[in-house]
Design a protein around this ligand. Structure first.
Ligand code: PLP
Length: 341
């Protein structure tokens, strides 16, 4: 049997939150519905949204390594930051509950929404149910200053604190997606073809960075990953992704990559982070009604809309196999109820 080279990763601390590889499905109903607009392309989806832990999503893969490192350091408290509807905050709260340490979440008002659903439903509701202590900041208040002070106070009280960067995007967090790159290569052996492009959203850039690091470490081309920024400008997203990818490659003991192998589009962010676009709202309905699959308005729907846009403009040659990695975020749908009126 054909096998792939393995990542030299087993010596790095990790906890296990995944049950195994996530499924890859072909979106046949959507393909039929798109018809000629599909330009002969096949669309597959990797269901990281269906990871069987606390609502699933890409942050689970990162947390396997982030939480592993925190426990290896002997930490008893973990602090994570994000917006009010951060998927990463929700999953950090759940992972802390699972390993039995305290979790504090510093949540900023980074999106211009203040309706009751946004303030109280979706992820923030789940944060409370998972037992995290919440610190909700005022609009404009600096999260890193708050975290620094809070971590200091906890340390004075004798706690051993781990602070996780925004979105779990550090070199260590990115390792979760380096492993996912290995998982995709293993799946390709079973499928007996290779994906021509792998498409993802790009927020804090750890997902793209991890996939890039994984493919590079395994001797595969890095530019087959294409991401759609939902947060920063294209140039900023490239800079952050490169930094994180090379940090992960350092941890893996492999050669670094150059920015020219990073394929990132900044064209589908709309008015800004957390602000739905007409295209992304349309795509949520399209995928729900054709496939019974839910996308989220902040990340996956913007990236999926970007991919469909690229397909329509002929960016992929006929016969191409595309793999959209569904990074999750569906609990956030409940926070955006008013957008569906
Ligand atoms: C955080 C997040 C992303 C973006 O991943 P990054 O590694 O931050 O770029 C995409 N989708 C969902 C649902 C997320 O929660």
């Amino acid at each position: 049997m054909k096998t792939i080279a393995r990542l030299d990763i087993d010596h790095l601390p990790r906890i296990s939150l995944l049950e195994g590889p996530t499924p890859i499905q072909r979106l046949c109903r959507l393909e039929t519905r798109l018809g000629k607009a599909l330009a002969g392309v096949r669309i597959y989806i990797k269901r990281d949204d269906q990871i069987m832990f606390a609502g699933g999503g890409n942050k689970v893969r990162k947390l396997e390594y982030l939480m592993g490192a925190a426990l290896a350091d002997g930490c008893d408290t973990i602090i994570a930051t994000g917006g009010l509807q951060s998927n990463h905050a929700r999953l950090t709260a759940a992972a802390a509950a699972r390993v039995g340490i305290d979790c504090e979440l510093v949540l900023g008002r980074v999106v211009p929404r203040d309706d009751t659903d946004y303030e109280q439903n979706g992820n923030i509701l789940l944060d409370k149910i998972f037992g995290a202590k919440l610190h909700i900041l005022q609009r404009g208040q600096n999260a890193s200053d708050f975290v620094y002070e809070r971590a200091g106070k906890l340390a004075e009280a004798g706690k051993k604190v781990a602070v996780i960067p925004m979105g779990g995007s550090s070199a260590v967090g990115a390792l979760g997606y380096a492993r996912c790159a290995e998982e995709i290569l293993a799946a390709e052996i079973g499928l007996e073809f290779q994906f021509d492009k792998i498409l993802i959203p790009n927020g804090s850039s750890g997902t793209h960075a991890g996939l890039a690091a994984g493919f590079s470490a395994l001797g595969r081309s890095v530019d087959r990953v294409r991401s759609y920024s939902v947060l920063g400008e294209e140039e900023a997203a490239i800079t952050t992704t490169l930094l994180l990818a090379n940090g992960a490659l350092d941890l893996l003991g492999c050669d670094r990559i150059h920015s020219n192998s990073l394929d990132i589009s900044g064209e589908h962010r709309g008015a800004g982070y957390g602000i739905p676009t007409d295209d992304s709202m349309g795509v949520i309905g399209l995928l729900a009604k054709s496939e019974g699959i839910l996308l989220d308005p902040v990340y996956s729907a913007k990236a999926f809309a970007g991919m469909l846009h690229d397909i329509r403009k002929g960016a992929f040659s006929p016969g191409s196999n595309l793999l959209f990695v569904h990074t999750g975020g569906t609990p956030g749908l409940y926070a955006y109820r008013s957008e569906f009126n």
